[in-house]
Design a protein around this ligand. Structure first.
Ligand SMILES: NC(=O)c1ccc[n+]([C@@H]2O[C@H](COP(=O)([O-])OP(=O)(O)OC[C@H]3O[C@@H](n4cnc5c(N)ncnc54)[C@H](OP(=O)(O)O)[C@@H]3O)[C@@H](O)[C@H]2O)c1
Length: 361
């Protein structure tokens, strides 16, 4: 492809925004042409705006250093220079909702990392391998927003990628009850050990709002599109505990599950091995070749060793065995800032482009 789509990153100076900048550097389909942030960054070059707070181990890409950061609230101005935007701002929920809708109403698609619109009935919340069919709700959303080309699509919370993909591949067996405990990295709170020394040698048994998201969002992902809205599924029953642990990146989950039709262990392993989603069929640039990788070793997956499986876009699973109370138990792992955040959003944008929802203006 010679003509890349022009993309803006709204909130491009923040931690998630920096990940977008890194992932889009030399992307085969997308080129960063605009970066927007708060009024305090506006007018500075990107290099100046992130000085002293560049959080990634890779250097700032040359291609974006001299881009002059725009004020995200000047929606028309930012939208004029791009075909679509990623959004990763840290603002109040109602402000984010309004900002994302304002971009969409200019005819600009918004692929959001934020949670503000995750429960807006006509906004698709997508894991591309699992519920690409939810994109069809965009037609109703466009009608509501009064635009033929703009819309908002969002990614779910980073925690659920560590267990939902493995369960999704087993949906035919009708999971009835799921217990998941997540062991979540500190980057999920936008922190590293320098910012958060109290996390060294420590475990914190509470992450605000995380358990509700971890229990409810999977049901929306498994929901159906009915009359221009996503209607959430009513099974399985899910209960979770979400725990902050002293690792930089990677959310690990221990999972117990029971099924209406209990499968054999070999059937589960085959489903995981063979599972392919729309991104694999379409060969999207950021799609993992193997969505779910099963580790036979009894001490895998490990957060540090396995979080980068398939460039951080694959999901790792291990320790599948029968349980004495539930039917089976296993361990899952995914990279929270790649698959769970910016990488997941880039994959959604690739799917949207491949399916004709994002086009050059
Ligand atoms: N960190 C994670 O791993 C993670 C994971 C999942 C979801 N999230 C969500 O992603 C979003 C961004 O998180 P983050 O960790 O990247 O936050 P962050 O590092 O604090 O960055 C926030 C970004 O929002 C911009 N911003 C703040 N106030 C603004 C305003 N009034 N108008 C326009 N732009 C404004 C900031 O611009 P300035 O630089 O100019 O202040 C910056 O670009 C949040 O909603 C967060 O909940 C984060």
């Amino acid at each position: 492809m010679t003509d890349k789509l022009k993309v803006g990153i709204v909130g491009g100076t923040g931690m998630v925004g920096q990940r977008f900048v890194e992932l889009l550097n030399q992307h085969p389909w997308f080129k960063v042409t605009a970066i927007a942030a708060s009024a305090s960054s506006a007018g500075k070059t990107y290099e100046e705006a992130v000085q002293g707070r560049w959080k990634l181990s890779t250097p700032i890409p040359e291609a974006v250093k001299q881009i002059v950061v725009q004020d995200a609230s000047k929606v028309e101005e930012v939208a004029a220079g791009v075909d679509f935007v990623f959004c990763a701002v840290d603002m109040k929920k109602n402000e984010i909702k309004a900002l994302e809708e304002a971009y969409a109403k200019t005819g600009t698609p918004v692929v959001s990392n934020n949670s503000a619109h995750r429960w807006t009935p006509d906004v698709p919340m997508v894991i591309p391998e699992i519920n690409p069919s939810h994109l069809e709700v965009i037609a109703a959303q466009r009608k509501r927003l009064g635009t033929e080309t703009g819309f908002i699509a969002v990614k779910p919370n980073c925690s659920i990628q560590s267990y939902v993909p493995a369960l999704h591949a087993l949906l035919d067996f009708k999971p009835t009850q799921v217990v998941a405990s997540t062991y979540q990295a500190i980057s999920g709170a936008g922190k590293n050990f320098t910012d958060w020394p109290d996390m060294l040698d420590n475990v914190i048994p509470y992450i605000g709002g995380e358990e509700e998201k971890s229990e409810q969002e999977p049901l929306r992902i498994w929901g159906t599109v009915e009359n221009g809205e996503i209607v959430k599924a009513n099974a399985p029953l899910i209960t979770t505990q979400c725990i902050r642990v002293p690792v930089t990146d990677g959310h690990l989950a221990t999972v117990f599950a029971s099924f209406e039709n209990k499968p054999a262990k070999e059937e589960i392993l085959a489903r995981w091995r063979e599972y392919q989603g729309r991104p694999q069929e379409l060969g999207l640039p950021s799609a993992p070749k193997q969505f779910i990788t099963y580790f036979e070793e009894e001490n895998r997956p490990q957060t540090k060793l396995d979080r980068d499986t398939e460039n951080g876009m694959g999901v790792s699973v291990g320790r599948l065995r029968e349980d004495s109370i539930y039917d089976f138990k296993f361990v899952g792992l995914s990279h929270n800032t790649l698959r769970g955040a910016a990488g997941g959003a880039v994959l959604i944008a690739e799917l949207l482009k491949a399916e004709g929802y994002i086009v050059a203006k």
